[in-house]
Design a protein around this ligand. Structure first.
Ligand SMILES: [Zn+2]
Length: 133
């Protein structure tokens, strides 16, 4: 959560004035920061959680273990529906930490936050595809 708070300082949130930070932990101990980045065309805004996941994927990191998300002290910031779907794509069992409306630490798995995630039966192309020798 401390790492998420550090990430929040980089947020670009001039429209909502709701800066959010996320810290994604991978199995090898790497922590990837993400922050929300807003845009004058609101629909182009990206949340802190997706920002962290996309950066981790771009860096070739795998095995996401946990993600912490935080807004300002005392404001709850559980991942939005879009972020839950993106987190589920890579790590349905990953632990998610955030602060509830009173600033207390809350925890749930991605599966718990999104029990009926959209999943294509088709195996995605790319890294997840098994390559036979
Ligand atoms: Zn989101």
């Amino acid at each position: 959560m401390r790492e998420a708070e550090r990430a929040r300082r980089q947020a670009y949130a001039p429209y909502s004035d709701f800066p959010v930070g996320a810290a994604l932990l991978t199995g090898d101990g790497t922590v990837v920061h993400g922050c929300n980045v807003e845009n004058a065309s609101y629909g182009l805004t990206v949340c802190a959680e997706r920002n962290a996941v996309f950066q981790a994927v771009a860096r070739g990191l795998e095995n996401f273990v946990a993600i912490a998300v935080t807004a300002r002290e005392g404001k709850g910031a559980p991942p939005c529906g879009s972020c839950r779907q993106v987190l589920h794509e890579f790590a349905p069992g990953m632990r998610v930490f955030w602060r509830d409306g009173r600033g207390r630490l809350a925890e749930e798995t991605v599966d718990g936050l999104l029990p009926y995630a959209f999943v294509l039966k088709k195996e995605p192309k790319g890294k997840k595809k098994k390559v036979s020798a």
